[in-house]
Design a protein around this ligand. Structure first.
Ligand code: DNO
Length: 363
């Protein structure tokens, strides 16, 4: 396991590489060329420059999140193979620069969806939150507007203004796409990119749908154990894997997170660890990483990762906004640093206990 932090690049992030370097145990960043639109090729030079900047700060690139997938690929439109060719070129350039992990998602139109970006918790911190009622009562354009007013001057991933401009058009594209068709388009994409992933040993890590059910009537396919295993079997290469996001799969209380981790043994290439506090099954808010602050047992989650031999990067996902920090909601420094320290502590204890167990067995 390697502890990492997500970093959006010096042009977009309020958090600096220098600060990240000072979080105990964090050795790498999960980053991206944030200014790139989905479908654009990433040149080797651009990737190299990002790598150099990271290395100059004493860190390294542990993975990319995200190389976004163009809607043409998701909808299987006639020009989808052109976009797949671009994606392959980007993967090739990443491979040549020795980058071996790429996180992506296959959610139609929206990336993740939250209905509030600054819900106040009892301790005065603010967090991202979701209520199904808010989604049911709003049309998607209105929601885009209210979310973008609340981003603390940042551009949140999945809520870029370009998307807002095309939201109606994008909904139109999905009129004829049901879950089976979306799944077919995803497997087509993966089968096309697997050869380049094999050549450069790139692990693809799909991010689950967040929340793990359909929003605004759009199809969603990466939302539970059955569906994620279906994808793992449909393209049965170790390079076709998962970014196990506890806060996304965990939005559905019917998902047993530790059981899913065991079922996905060997295919989890990356983990996003965050905690949720449920007020009801369809009204939840993001909590501190500490188990007792939310509904998830972080010890059991990390133990399941440890037991299945997980050796990829973990990043503490979405933090609360605390200590008057002004940053992209979910992506401030303070609470994610606390999260990293806590998760590192749990991991150390799990590791040491496992060693003790081995010694007892030998006796
Ligand atoms: C939200 C993130 C997502 C994630 C993408 C991966 O904070 O977890 O935006 O990066 O879905 O492609």
């Amino acid at each position: 396991m390697e502890m990492t932090l997500r970093w959006y690049g010096s042009k977009f992030d309020t958090v600096t590489l220098k600060q990240i370097r000072q979080i105990p145990g964090v050795t790498g960043v999960i980053t991206t060329l944030y200014g790139k639109a989905a479908g654009e090729v990433w040149s080797r030079e651009e990737i190299h420059a990002l790598k150099e900047e990271t290395q100059a700060a004493g860190l390294h690139i542990s993975g990319i999140e995200s190389v976004n997938v163009h809607e043409a690929i998701k909808t299987g439109s006639p020009d989808c193979n052109e976009y797949i060719a671009n994606y392959i070129e980007t993967l090739e350039n990443l491979g040549k620069e020795d980058i071996h992990l790429v996180c992506y998602n296959f959610m139609p139109v929206f990336d993740w969806t939250r209905t509030e970006l600054a819900r106040v918790r009892p301790d005065g911190s603010t967090v991202l939150a979701y209520t199904q009622k808010a989604v049911d009562d709003l049309n998607p354009e209105k929601m885009f507007e209210s979310i973008s007013n609340d981003m603390n001057g940042s551009i949140m991933p999945g809520w870029e203004p370009e998307r807002l401009a095309h939201v109606k058009e994008l909904f139109g594209l999905y009129k004829k796409i049901d879950e089976d068709k979306l799944f077919e388009n995803l497997t087509h994409f993966l089968k096309q990119i697997m050869p380049v992933c094999e050549k450069y040993q790139i692990n693809m890590a799909i991010h689950p749908d967040d929340p793990a059910w359909s929003v605004f009537g759009l199809p969603r396919i990466i939302n539970n154990k059955k569906n994620i295993l279906r994808l793992m079997h449909a393209v049965d290469s170790p390079h076709n894997g998962v970014a196990f996001c506890t806060g996304s799969f965990g939005t559905n209380l019917g998902n047993d997170l530790t059981d899913m981790i065991h079922a996905l043994k060997g295919r989890i290439h990356f983990a996003h660890i965050r905690n949720l506090k449920f007020l009801s099954p369809d009204n939840f808010e993001e909590a501190a990483h500490l188990s007792s602050d939310g509904n998830f047992d972080m010890y059991e989650i990390l133990k399941a990762l440890f037991e299945t031999g997980f050796d990829g990067p973990i990043r503490p996902d979405h933090g609360r906004m605390i200590w008057d920090e002004k940053a992209m909601p979910g992506y401030g420094l303070y609470d994610r640093a606390l999260g990293a320290a806590y998760l590192n502590g749990l991991w150390e204890a799990i590791q040491k206990n496992a060693k003790k167990g081995e010694r007892h067995e030998v006796k």
